[in-house]
Ligand binder design. Structure first.
Ligand SMILES: O=C(CO)[C@@H](O)[C@H](O)COP(=O)(O)O
Ligand SMILES: [Fe+2]
Length: 225
């Protein structure tokens, strides 16, 4: 378990894009802590979603919302700065696509924003070893990136447990975010393993009542202590 604050971050990928700002406001009113914004470029992942103008528009429409921007793009080194300037509060990117992850992290931080590194199901945790002290968050993918609504990959729980131990050994105190297939049914084990930021797209936006959906994830996660 972690003592880091539990945060529920609905992924807007599962929102109704024709009413995006209203949908974001609705999940905030329902108790969402962060808004998770999935940016996909059709190269790094086989899907295209949203880009800088949408982040700028959300920043304008929701000045107090915490925008957790997850870049699933090639060439993140060129885009972390623009997304931070567009209004992201936190920018995460996948290190395999970065030429200079350390520099990209410090580009984000120099703009006063938090930096995260995203680790795919097939990506080893040791990408984090030399960067942990520079980061604010480790994003552990519990599905392969590209789409909402995929099935949770169970071995992620053990990976988060390993990461928690590894960060403790390194003396690095990071948020651990888990992304993909998160629901009330796995929230407790994820929190117990050490995750404190739970991203949930379809489990929130696909539910008839956003507050009940967010409360259910929070309640289950809180059972971890
Ligand atoms: O980054 C991604 C997928 O690539 C995620 O943020 C998903 O969008 C989460 O959606 P659900 O799995 O919770 O429906
Ligand atoms: Fe994501």
């Amino acid at each position: 378990m972690t003592t880091r604050q539990l945060r529920i971050a609905p992924s807007i990928l599962s929102a109704d894009f024709a009413h995006l700002a209203d949908q974001c406001q609705a999940v905030i009113d329902a108790g969402a802590d962060w808004l998770h914004v999935d940016v996909m470029d059709g190269h790094y992942v086989p899907n295209i979603t949203i880009g800088l103008p949408v982040v700028e528009a959300l920043r304008q429409a929701l000045p107090d919302a915490f925008l957790d921007v997850h870049l699933m793009i090639d060439n993140p080194d060129d885009f972390v700065g623009p997304f931070a300037r567009a209004g992201a509060d936190l920018v995460s990117f996948h290190p395999e696509t970065s030429r200079h992850p350390h520099r990209a992290i410090h580009t984000i931080k120099a703009l006063g924003k938090k930096a995260g590194l995203a680790i795919n199901p097939g990506t080893p945790l040791n990408w984090l070893d030399h960067l942990a002290h520079d980061l604010d968050l480790a994003l552990i993918m519990s599905v392969n990136p590209g789409f909402g609504g995929q099935a949770f990959i169970p071995h992620t729980v053990d990976k988060i447990r390993q990461l928690t131990a590894r960060l403790e050994a390194l003396g690095a105190d990071l948020d651990i975010e888990v992304d993909g297939g998160v629901s009330p049914s796995n929230a407790e084990q994820l929190r117990r393993a050490g995750a404190n930021v739970l991203v949930a797209g379809s489990a929130v936006f696909g539910a008839p009542n956003y507050k009940q959906a967010i409360d259910a994830i929070r309640q289950q996660a809180s059972l971890a202590g």
